[in-house]
Structure formats: C-alpha cells, structure tokens
Design a binder for this molecule. Structure first.
Ligand SMILES: Nc1nc2c(c(=O)[nH]1)N[C@H]1C(S)=C(S)[C@@H](COP(=O)(O)OP(=O)(O)OC[C@H]3O[C@@H](n4cnc5c(=O)[nH]c(N)nc54)[C@H](O)[C@@H]3O)O[C@H]1N2
Ligand SMILES: Nc1nc2c(c(=O)[nH]1)N[C@H]1C(S)=C(S)[C@@H](COP(=O)(O)OP(=O)(O)OC[C@H]3O[C@@H](n4cnc5c(=O)[nH]c(N)nc54)[C@H](O)[C@@H]3O)O[C@H]1N2
Ligand SMILES: [Mo]
Length: 894
C-alpha cells in the first residue's frame, strides 16, 4: 500500500496506483481526455494536471509515491486545465461543445466553463458513414489516440491509426480508405472510448457510451456466445438504443464484440414471429395461443397413445436460459415420462463433457479464464477465438503480446496463429496423433511431473507403452506437422512454469472427438499442470453457445439429470424424485441424431424443437428434413420461421435473450443473470412460460412459477448448485459452480485437493490414433473444414437480420490458389461444392488461409446448403458430428 496526502486528506492506495487514482480516491474530478481506465495511461492531453510535491504534473501518468503531497484544487490549476482543454477544443467546430453534445469533451468543457464559441474550426470533412455500426467525423477528432489504443491494446485488431499533421491529425482506418473496407471488426471499443463524438454509433445509440452509469440501463449477460460478457442495455421508448460493455463485467471488463454490442437489429425485424402458427391443410396458419397449445397437446397425447412416453422427444435450447432448460427436462421426465431430451452440446462440446469427465470427473473446464490468462505458455488447439469468442481472443492475444509463449494448433491460418510463436497445422482429423507426438516428447525429455503423476494420476504405464508408437517422426507423418515443430511445441509447453490449454471444436467435432479431448488432457496431466498445483492452468474448452454449459448443467441431456447425476444411478434418481415427487424414467433417452433416426423409422412420433435450427445446422440436413417430415407432430419454438420451423406442425413464437429473465452459465462455469430489457413482439412468450403452458394443457403442474423458483428447485436437487440463488447472483454478479454452499464462494479452479473421478485421481488415456470418417480420394479430392466467421452466428437467424449483413453478406469457400487453379475457380466467382451427401453453392475466396487440398466454409447462410454436405459420421463416444472433416469436390457454378 502507498500512503500519501491528497488535498490534505490521508489516502491509501494499492501499489502501482497513479495520482489520478489518488485524486479519485478523495472524490476530486479531473479532465482526462486521453485516458480510459481500460488503457495504459499515456499522458498526452496534459489536462489532468495536479501539483505533486510542488510540481505541476499530469496525474494519469504520475505514480503515487509514499509520502507525496498532492493538490488537485486551486484557481491556478483550474486555469491551467481550462487553458489546456480550450486549446484542444479550439481545433473543433462549435457544435462539438454544444449543450446537447453528449461527449466527454463537451461535458468537460461545461464543467470547466469553456464556451462553445471557443471551438471555432470549420467543418472540413464529410463524415464516413459507410459502416453500419461506426460513424467517423474526423472534424471532431482531437487525436487523443484512445480509439487507436482500444483497437490495438484491448481488441488486438490494429485497424486504426492517426493520420495527418499538427491540428489536422485525426483517426482513420490503418489501411486507408473507407471504414467499411477497413479491418474493423466492430467490437465498438473505439466508439465507446471516443471523448468527442468523432467516432459514434449511428442512430439512436449515437454518443451513448459506458463511461457513466445511466438510469435507463438494464444489466444482463450476452446471449450469443459462451464468453458471458456483461452488457448494459440502454432502453429508450421501449426499444434498445444501445448495448454497452459493462466495465465491471467479470469476463469482458468493458469490452464486447460485434454480436453482443451491435447485433440486436433482429429484435425488431419484420420477420420476427409474433403469433403462433398451426399447420392447416398443409399450410402454416396464424392461430391463437389456445389453439396452438391444444394442437401441441393433442399431438403429444396421440404420440403417447401410439408409442408410449418414449415416442416423444425434445431438443432443448442452449440459447435459452438455465431455468427454461430445467423446465423442459422436468416436463419431459415428469410430465411425459421419458428421458428423450438433448441439447446442441451434442453438436459441439459433448466430447468435452465426456472426455473431461473421464479424465477429471467433471464436465466443465478445469480452471477459470482469469487463471488461464496468467499462464506463461498458451496452447490453443482447434479454436479460433479471434472470430468465435472475440473477447477471449483479445485477452489471449494480449497475454501473448505481453510475453506468454503462444502455440496454435489449427490447420488454418487463423487470427491467433498470425501472432503465435509456433503454428502447428495438422491435417484435419489427426489431433490424437499430434497430441501423442507432443506427449511422447514430454516423456522422452523428462518434461513430466513425476510426483504429480505418482500421487494424483493413473494410467501412466499404459500411456507410456502406447507413446512408444508415436515418436515425433511418426506423428509428423500422420499429421503433416514437421517433427521439429512437434518437438519445439512440446518443449515450450513442457518447460513453461505455468502452461494452459485452451481448445475448441477443432478437437471435438470429429469421429474421435472424445479421444481428442482425453489425449489433449493427457498433456496437462503429464506436466502436472492441472488441479490447482500452481504449475499450470489445466485445460479449458471454449464452450460455444451462451448457455450450452448451462443447458447441460440443467440436465437437458438424455442420460444425465440436473447437476450430472446419471439417470441410471438410483441415488441420483432418488434425489430428483424427492424434489419432484414423481418417478424419473431409468432408461437413458435418445440423443439428437438418434431422435432423427427414430423419427425416420416411425417410432418417434412427436418432437418439440426449442431454439435450434436443426435443418440448417445439424449435419446431413436432407436426412434431418426427412425425419421431421416423417414425424407426425413437430413443434418448433423460434424467433423466426427458419429452415426447421418450415417443417413444423406448430410454431410457437419465442422471446429472445434481451426479452427475458433468467441465468446463463458461461464457458468458465459462471452463473450470471439475464434480465429483460424490452418486451417480446406481439404475443411471443418466453420459453419458460410456454413450457409451463404446454405442461398445463397436458394436465401437468411443473411447480416453480418463476425463473428464480426454478433455480432454487434445481439447487435443492443438484449438490453442485446448492449454494446458488437469484439473491446471491444479484449481489455477487457471477458465481462459478461447483457451488455447494450459500456461504462459500463457488470453485473457479477445480480439483485443488483431488479429482472427482471416484478414485480421486486424474485418468490418462491410452486411446490410439484412428483415422477420420472420410478421407479425400479420386472422386472427392478435397477436404472440407467447416466453422465460423466473426460477423455471423451459427444459423445466422439473428445476425443476418441487421447491420451484420453489410459486414459479411454471403457464404464463402476459402481455397488455396493451387486448388483454385486446379479446379478452374476464380476469386469471387460462384462455386458448387459436392460431397457424398449433398451439394452447396458458395462464393470462392482464394487465399492462403487454408492449406492446399483443404477448403473451408462457415454455415451461417443456410440457403447455401453447407450442411447438406456434412456427413452422418459422428464421435464414437458421444455422437457429436464430424463437422470438421468432409471429402468434397468442386467446380465453378455454371
Ligand atoms: N462469430 C461467431 N462466434 C461464435 C459462433 C458463430 O457461429 N459465430 N458460434 C458459437 C459456437 S456455438 C461455438 S461451439 C463456438 C465455436 O468456436 P470454435 O471452436 O473456435 O469454432 P470453429 O470455427 O468451428 O472451429 C475452430 C477451429 O478448429 C479448426 N480445426 C478444424 N479441424 C481441426 C483439426 O483436426 N485439428 C485442429 N487442431 N483444429 C481443427 C478450424 O480450422 C477452426 O479454426 O463459437 C461460438 N461463437
Ligand atoms: N457445418 C457445421 N455445422 C455446425 C457447426 C459447425 O462447426 N459446422 N457447429 C455446430 C454447433 S457447435 C452448434 S452449437 C450448432 C448451433 O446450431 P443452432 O443451435 O441451430 O444455431 P443458432 O443459430 O445458434 O440458433 C438456433 C435457433 O434458436 C433461435 N433462438 C435464439 N434464441 C432463442 C430463444 O431464446 N428461444 C427460442 N425458442 N429460440 C431462440 C434462433 O432464431 C435460431 O434459429 O450448429 C452446429 N452446426
Ligand atoms: Mo456450438
């Protein structure tokens, strides 16, 4: 602690504090035009002047020293600050300081008594209004550089620069030209920090920033990806005016990405479903809720009469809240009497849940992301967080730029790879061989933790025997990664003091995805870098959907009850039965792909799909559509009439995350609150209300009338959640599970004493490498990888309805120039891609992001048909589709 005097009062500050912190500690206000708490101070605007031990200094860059005497008051200082700010303002046109100007500069001028007339420069530039979310008016720029630093230091994109000379200096895209053509990824950081309105969000959000708390704000958690950013939604006249990154958000700390920050246009899209639809004479026709609910109930009853409870199934939504997922599984288990409930974790990180449970005992990542960020070596495998989890991607990049060794294993030249110390580019589908190659080197070079292995792990001998088959040279042959790089990566990971592993779908969405997770986890175990040892930060999956962790935590799974009690375990069933007062079926239910198979075979007779566009996003989509068409009752709860809803018998209009109350669990196991900012359109209702309503129509009472009641009920039956409640979440913001007691914090780092595997030990896996389900051949010579792009989200149902469409307007196929030449395909030209399962049409993007022989596309434009290409091959342990490997051929579209 540093003790000093500020304006005569004693002040105590933590080490590293500045005189700006000191001034704030006594409640003194200083102008801070080049400063933002999210940035390292630079002291360039010279407006936060104070006197320290008799010298006039800029407070933001002057460290608080013990015994210092600081003065922030007095006419002389006030005059100096006024002069400094007036000089800055004089380069601007007068409207920059006008009374209604919302920016920090205008407010500063008002506080210092600087009249708008001080600002006297003429307007000289036309504003750049080419971008949907960022408007640039260079005339208002004071060249404070905050935007440039937000872009570089917080976002890690380096899209901005200051150009021009002297008073002409202004921000501009670093690539020159228009904003819409720049490298900007629309995180909104520049707009949020700009003190003058030079950079603003166009439209009603203009000039609204996260700088000061506002009365018209609703605090919630982002409903796009699993990062779990805390957002403050500004509501005007019943609509969203802006969404701001909360500066005290535990994960995002004042940062956000294009999705959470700007992609709310879907809310008011004319295509939103506003009333139920019931199929009549083959046509989906508007209906009242009573009619729709009666139709659903009749369909469910008919299915049960024909085939018993197991003729009914539900796909619950990882987009929906915990409480909604809890109710869905409770309804299926108690109201219908079947375990046929699953969620899109099946398509995504089911192999993580299975693999991490087998290795360590629990289905989540082993450490918090705050831990991961402290690592001195980051091994990022099969994840593209720069595009898919941008806030985490930025934090990882910044850790790397601050000196952590970064190893990226991804076949493509993804964003993080460009900053990596080592980029390993395995052939898609060969992870297990790569991980064994790395493990081989760890063992061979003694880079393993013998004590940890002896005390806390099992399976070492078996693994070591297997590893003799995977010297780097053999791993290189299988994976295509040079043996020297495998050795170098293993050494970097093995010799680091605190390594961490972060991974994504490039590990899980494979025929042997669970083996991939387990053999990747081997590395952390061999190295003793897991379990709170202080020697590293374990292994963390970057879970995908906003609440995919939570949907599974809540038991929306065919084999597991809320809190992961197996339905086959009498004790787990008894816990649930005691709370529910009803029998829990003991046979595990159908997984998503099995539901479709069962429907095609005529056994599954009613399927309720909540918030998952299976016809667009599940693999081999022709077969999915056939399943829906074969199923006598398909109910779809949706925001939009997507591909799946078009096959439904009843469509129920749903509220989205900005319209409802509840909680989500993010990728590092934190429960966080979700709160409604606006009302759902028309008669759309929350999934929570709808599940209750359907249950009631079927004569079942699910109890828990409110979301808060649902979480407390879940807390009573799942020991890991026993300490959670809305009161606590409202008080503490984010609480990680396991959280067995209301009186103790949740555990963000797992297994500090023992692993949860039953024997208390981490289990190494000796699974051998097995080839993927499809390999290129003469007919289908290319290997297609599918994944994500930054501007769109999964089916694109939400991000395609709004400004993001201007940022990325079509589905593109990335291919290497050699393949383009070989197939006669030109950059920007339409291509037809064919696999053994179907056909897609995309636009070619020729470049070197993909290796020769490999092509890549996303699946954000369902009309392109990308998932008609993907195969029915799936992870042998969990049925997670092999989205990452499909053999294809291509030709220019005629
Ligand atoms: N903008 C945006 N963000 C999203 C989403 C979105 O659709 N758009 N979706 C959300 C969801 S649901 C999820 S699950 C997450 C997914 O987030 P990620 O897991 O990061 O997503 P992907 O792009 O599918 O795949 C990651 C990487 O795996 C690589 N890969 C493919 N095959 C292999 C292999 O065999 N080995 C290795 N080592 N790598 C391989 C691919 O090249 C790709 O770069 O993103 C979430 N965030
Ligand atoms: N080729 C290929 N396909 C993939 C993948 C891949 O990498 N490659 N990744 C897979 C992965 S990881 C995932 S998670 C899936 C995601 O696939 P989906 O879950 O199908 O995708 P989303 O677009 O996230 O959303 C599902 C639907 O929910 C609706 N929705 C949003 N919020 C709510 C809500 O609160 N309530 C209700 N009722 N509906 C809501 C949206 O309008 C949308 O249509 O895609 C998978 N598909
Ligand atoms: Mo996902």
């Amino acid at each position: 602690m540093t003790r000093l005097q500020v304006d005569g009062a004693p002040v105590e500050l933590p080490a590293g504090a500045s005189l700006l912190d000191a001034a704030r500690a006594v409640g003194a206000w200083l102008p801070t035009l080049c400063h933002d708490d999210r940035l390292r101070p630079v002291g360039s605007c010279r407006t936060c002047l104070v006197r320290a031990d008799g010298r006039t200094v800029a407070a933001c860059v002057t460290p608080a020293a013990p015994g210092m005497s600081v003065d922030t008051t007095g006419e002389e200082l006030r005059a100096l600050r006024q002069e400094a700010v007036a000089l800055i303002a004089s380069a601007l046109p007068p409207d920059a300081l006008a009374d209604d100007s919302p920016g920090e500069l205008a407010e500063t001028a008002r506080i210092l008594g600087i009249a708008p007339a001080t600002a006297a420069a003429p307007h000289r530039h036309e504003p750049d209004e080419t971008h949907p979310y960022v408007r640039l008016d260079q005339d208002l720029c004071i060249a404070c550089g905050r935007c440039v630093r937000m872009c570089a230091d917080v976002q890690g994109t380096f899209a901005l620069t200051l150009t021009g000379r002297g008073s002409d200096t202004a921000v501009a895209p670093a690539t020159g030209g228009l904003w819409a053509e720049s490298d900007c990824v629309a995180c909104g950081g520049c707009v949020d920090t700009c003190p003058t309105g030079a950079l603003t969000q166009p439209g009603p959000g203009r000039g609204i920033t996260s700088r000061s708390p506002r009365p018209d704000t609703v605090r919630t958690t982002c409903g796009y990806c699993g990062v779990g950013c805390t957002l403050d939604v500004v509501v005007r006249d019943g609509s969203v005016a802006a969404v701001l990154p909360a500066r005290d958000g535990p994960v995002n700390r004042g940062h956000a990405c294009v999705k959470g920050r700007f992609s709310y246009g879907y809310l008011t899209s004319a295509e939103r479903l506003t009333e139920p639809l019931v199929r009549q004479d083959g046509v989906l026709t508007p209906a009242t809720w009573d009619q729709a609910l009666d139709a659903v109930a009749a369909g469910l009853r008919a299915a049960m009469e024909q085939g018993g409870p197991d003729a009914v199934a539900a796909i619950s939504s990882a987009r929906a809240t915990n409480e909604e997922n809890y109710l869905v599984q409770k309804f299926l288990r108690t109201g219908i009497g079947t375990n046929n409930v699953d969620n899109c974790s099946r398509l995504c990180h089911a192999p993580s849940a299975a693999g991490l449970t087998a290795a360590f005992g629990r289905a989540g990542g082993t450490d918090s992301f705050d831990d991961v960020e402290r690592a001195d070596c980051l091994l990022v495998v099969g994840a593209n967080p720069v595009e898919a989890h941008p806030v985490v991607g930025a934090r990882l990049l910044s850790a790397a730029l601050d000196g952590a060794t970064l190893i990226v294993a991804d076949p493509r030249n993804v964003g993080l790879a460009r900053h990596a110390d080592l980029h390993l580019r395995p052939r898609p589908g060969t992870n297990v061989a790569l991980f064994h190659g790395l493990a081989h080197v760890l063992v061979a070079e003694g880079l393993i933790d013998q004590d940890f292995l002896a005390e806390r792990a099992t399976g070492l001998d078996e693994l070591c025997t297997l590893l003799t088959d995977y010297p780097p040279e053999r791993a290189a042959e299988i994976t295509g990664v040079p043996a020297g790089d495998i050795t170098a990566a293993a050494r970097a990971y093995g010799r680091a003091a605190r390594p961490a592993i972060v991974y994504g779908l490039g590990v899980t969405e494979h025929l042997h995805g669970t083996d991939g997770v387990r053999t990747l986890a081997n590395l952390a175990v061999l190295r003793g870098a897991v379990g709170g040892t202080g020697h590293g930060y374990g292994i963390s999956p970057l879970r995908g959907q906003n609440n995919v962790q939570g949907a599974s935590d809540m038991g929306a799974l065919p084999d597991l009850l809320p809190g992961y009690g197996p339905v086959t375990d009498p004790a787990a069933r008894a816990r649930a039965e005691a709370v529910w007062g009803q029998q829990v079926p003991r046979r595990p239910g159908l997984r998503i792909p099995d539901m479709f198979r069962s429907a095609r075979e005529g056994r599954l007779r009613a399927l309720w799909i909540i918030g998952e566009d299976v016809c667009a996003t599940d693999p081999d989509s022709r077969q999915v559509a056939e399943a829906l068409d074969a199923c006598p009752m398909v109910v779809v709860s949706e925001l939009f009439l997507g591909e799946t809803a078009r096959h439904a018998d009843v469509v129920l209009p749903a509220a989205s995350w900005l319209e409802k109350d509840g909680t989500f669990v993010n990728f590092d196991r934190r429960f966080q609150r979700v709160r409604p900012a606006v009302r759902p359109p028309g008669t759309a209702r929350t999934d929570f209300d709808v599940v209750h309503a359907v249950a009631r129509t079927m004569g079942a009472d699910l109890g828990c009338p409110t979301p808060a009641d649902a979480l407390s009920e879940c807390a009573r039956l799942a020991p890991d959640f026993a300490g959670l409640s809305y009161d606590r979440l409202d008080r503490e913001g984010a609480v990680p599970w396991p959280c067995p007691s209301p009186h103790r914090p949740g555990e963000s780092t797992l297994y500090t004493r023992e692993f949860a595997t039953g024997d208390g030990r981490a289990h190494l896996s000796a699974a051998p490498y097995l080839p993927p389900g499809e390999v290129p051949d003469a007919d289908y010579p290319l290997l297609l990888v599918t994944g994500r792009r930054w501007a769109h989200y999964n089916s694109g149902s939400m991000t395609r309805r709004g400004g993001n469409l201007l940022l990325d307007g079509q589905g593109r196929l990335d291919l290497h120039p050699l393949d383009a030449a070989r197939h006669g395909v030109r950059d920007g030209a339409p291509v037809t891609v064919e696999s053994r399962h179907g056909r897609a049409r995309l636009i070619a993007r020729v470049g070197s992001d993909t290796a020769p022989g490999q092509v890549f596309c996303a699946f954000h434009f369902p009309a392109d048909g990308v998932n008609a290409l993907t195969s029915p091959h799936a992870d042998t342990a969990t049925s997670c589709p092999e989205y990452k490997v499909t053999a294809v051929r291509l030709r220019p579209t005629a």
